[in-house]
Design a binder for this molecule. Structure first.
Ligand code: CIR
Length: 263
């Protein structure tokens, strides 16, 4: 029998994790250490969460880890493929304890199945870029060949195609490129070893402009430190929401790494 009753709206969940007390001790690979203003970082994190909520996302907080400096960058600990959560095995040993509470949080979401990347495989969520059914994975200093092999095997039954991308000039793949809702990959051509691996590639000039979070098919979240890129993306018909995340950018974080959208 046909039913015209409206479907229950699907929950749009974003996992977030409050900044650690020792945030300023976060790992640095490409940047020099600059003082982090903790109070400002907390305020920026609140504003980031508020921006997600304003765009219809329900934020779910992973248990705080006050001593795990990089735990606010929750994206690195888990990657979502629809109902499948793949718990990462971070390439940096100091970040491995982050995954336990993240796994607990995803197991609390109804309908989620959990798989795990195991040693000697390493994989950081920041290296995984989903574009439709294609999953680009950066072969970076954090994600190794065995991690990529395990992800490929986990995703094969789910009809995702894993495309490995050599990455020697940036921390994570998503420090160099991200994707617009229409599938165009945007990024810094000088930071990806082989930009031609992406079928539609749009170069971006501002370093903070490479990272966008697709909030919906029409709207993007990005850093306020990349006004030219925001204007360019707005000219392409997107509604652009900006947030100041300067304190996290000092630690090589970006808008994508501060949340995990469950989708
Ligand atoms: N996905 C990301 O780009 N995460 C940023 C992680 C920054 C952190 N300081 C790290 O080096 O692991």
């Amino acid at each position: 029998m046909l039913s015209y009753a409206p479907k229950r709206a699907a929950r749009r969940i974003a996992l977030v994790r409050i900044p650690a007390t020792n945030l300023d001790e976060g790992l640095l690979t490409h940047l020099d250490r600059r003082p982090v203003d903790h109070a400002l970082a907390d305020e920026q994190w609140d504003n980031y969460c508020a921006a997600l909520v304003a765009e219809g996302w329900e934020t779910v907080e992973v248990d705080a880890a006050p001593d795990l400096a990089d735990s606010v960058f929750v994206e690195d600990a888990v990657v979502m493929f629809g109902d499948l959560a793949v718990i990462a095995h971070p390439g940096a040993e100091s970040r491995r304890p982050e995954t336990e509470a993240v796994e607990r949080a995803v197991r609390n979401i109804p309908g989620i199945t959990v798989a795990t990347i195991l040693a000697p495989g390493t994989l950081d969520g920041g290296d995984v870029l989903k574009v439709g059914s294609t999953v680009y994975v950066g072969a970076s200093s954090r994600t190794n060949a065995e991690g990529i092999r395990q992800l490929r095997a986990l995703l094969a039954p789910h009809r995702y195609e894993v495309v490995a991308v050599p990455l020697t000039k940036a921390l994570h793949l998503k420090s160099a490129v991200t994707a617009l809702p229409d599938g165009t990959v945007i990024g810094d051509p000088d930071l990806v070893d082989v930009p031609s691996l992406f079928p539609r590639f749009l170069p971006v000039r501002e370093p903070e402009g490479v990272a966008v979070v697709a909030l919906s098919d029409e709207s993007l979240l990005m850093s306020s430190a990349a006004p030219e890129t925001a204007a360019m993306l707005s000219n392409l018909g997107y509604r652009v929401v900006t947030v100041d995340i300067s304190e996290f950018e000092k630690l090589e974080g970006c808008v994508t790494c501060l949340s995990v959208r469950v989708r």
